[in-house]
Design a protein around this ligand. Structure first.
Ligand SMILES: [Zn+2]
Length: 429
């Protein structure tokens, strides 16, 4: 059943400037009409979503699905189910799998698995360098032909500037966006949390803000020189925001994202050696959070992704220095951002959604993220009144690590459609 009318809901579609009560008609998986009080299409099933909000399906540019290789932490199936439970219908998977997604065969495996599962849309990213070792450029052209939408060595940063420049020229030739995890390893090496009062108090080695800023600067300079389309992953510092603003003014083709952990938490989360707060890049202090939120308001940071990084629970039950990095996030990212940014009046609902729908779609050039007539019906219906407590034990992900555990947030999806096919009911029942 992929033909129906959603009735009584409030549609927010930032790309088309819609923010009002409307009915949405879907026929054979495609949006065919959006208008107030539609009475035609009487033969279609009507789904009453009164009191709810209707959004384009959300898009997450940075998700670690762990398959192939670490299916104990996450699989393409559990990762995509988890995403759908957060209203996310399109996911970009990071290439730090085992083997690394640096060849045609791994890309083709991931895409065929996703097709077989028929859950959310999967868009693989391929590695910049073979094995993500930073030595030799991966098979970019073959991977592009197999369906990657971006290249990135996420998890590590390409430290060799000569190689990065060459990769940018290749990426430009192949019309691929290059996504950088910005971290100067000479400066961050050995660090495990933000360098500041908390790292001093805990006597743990810190990662300075400059370790990110320097790498951001390097990436921006090279993108300016090469003309490569650049996307900066998970920005966490005040300096990054200032640099991105400057280079955008200079006309560089750059987009940037941040993640819920950097705008809802500060490094105080690591106090008492709480390893759930160990993140790469690290969760920073209030002044950095304030700058990131300012960057979101000015759309210098135009994307919010999650960096969903599932690990086994016991990998966090270790001394801080040895414990795993990261947190799961796809099931609560919208709720966290809505609660932190929209409920507080920092951003309008439409401006938040722009960063989770059509703006990320533009980064990877996919025809998703809006509710235009004729577009594929990827739709998320949210109950924004719904208050809930984040509990990793209730999530679809296999990951047992959640830095947001116990936080109370607003907004949960009630229906999530991919090409007009409702997925939540299938996952939850
Ligand atoms: Zn990263």
């Amino acid at each position: 059943m992929t033909s129906f009318v959603l009735t009584g809901g409030h549609v927010v579609d930032p790309k088309n400037g819609i923010d009002k009560k409307c009915d949405v008609v879907v026929e054979n998986g495609v949006i065919v009409d959006i208008a107030e009080n539609i009475s035609e299409y009487s033969e279609f099933k009507r789904i009453d979503v009164s009191g709810k909000h209707i959004f384009p399906g959300l898009i997450d540019l940075q998700v670690h699905l762990r398959e192939p290789g670490r299916e104990d932490k996450e699989t393409i199936q559990t990762g995509l189910q988890s995403a759908l439970c957060g209203g996310i219908t399109s996911v970009v998977s990071m290439p730090n799998t085992h083997p690394v997604t640096d060849s045609q065969s791994v890309v083709e495996f991931q895409l065929s698995r996703a097709k077989q599962l028929n859950l959310a849309n999967l868009y693989p990213a391929g590695a910049i360098t073979k094995g993500q070792k930073g030595k030799e450029i991966a098979e970019m052209w073959e991977m592009k032909n197999s369906g990657i939408v971006a290249i990135t060595d996420d998890g590590v940063d390409v430290q060799n500037e000569g190689l990065l420049e060459k990769a940018m020229y290749y990426a430009k030739t192949h019309d691929l966006v290059l996504m950088s995890h910005c971290q100067n390893e000479a400066l961050s090496g050995g660090g495990v949390l933000h360098e500041g009062d908390i790292s001093t108090k805990l006597a743990l080695p810190g990662i300075s803000a400059q370790a990110e800023d320097l790498a951001v600067y390097k990436n921006l300079l090279l993108a300016e020189k090469t003309g490569c389309k650049l996307h900066l992953l998970h920005n966490s510092t005040k300096g990054s925001v200032a640099l991105i603003e400057e280079f955008k003014k200079r006309g560089v083709n750059v987009s940037a994202e941040t993640c819920p952990q950097y705008i809802t938490l500060t490094d105080t989360i690591c106090d008492n050696y709480n390893t759930q707060g160990k993140m790469y890049p690290p969760i920073r202090s209030q002044e950095h959070q304030d700058a990131l939120i300012d960057g979101l308001k000015k759309n210098i940071i135009s994307v919010i992704s999650t960096d969903h990084a599932p690990h086994l629970w016991f990998e966090k039950e270790k001394p801080f220095i040895e414990s795993a990095w990261g947190s799961v996030g796809v099931e609560c990212s919208f709720a966290l951002c809505y609660t932190r940014l929209v409920k507080t009046g920092e951003l309008s609902l439409s401006d938040l959604l722009a960063k989770m729908t059509f703006q990320p779609a533009e980064v990877i050039s996919i025809p998703r993220g809006d509710l235009s007539i004729g577009s594929v019906a990827d739709i998320a219906v949210f109950d924004l009144e719904k208050e809930w407590e984040i509990k990793v034990s209730e999530m679809q992900t296999k990951g047992g690590n959640c830095v947001f555990e116990g936080m109370k947030v607003f907004g949960k999806p009630t229906h999530v459609f991919v090409a007009g096919d409702e997925k939540l009911t299938r996952i939850l029942h």
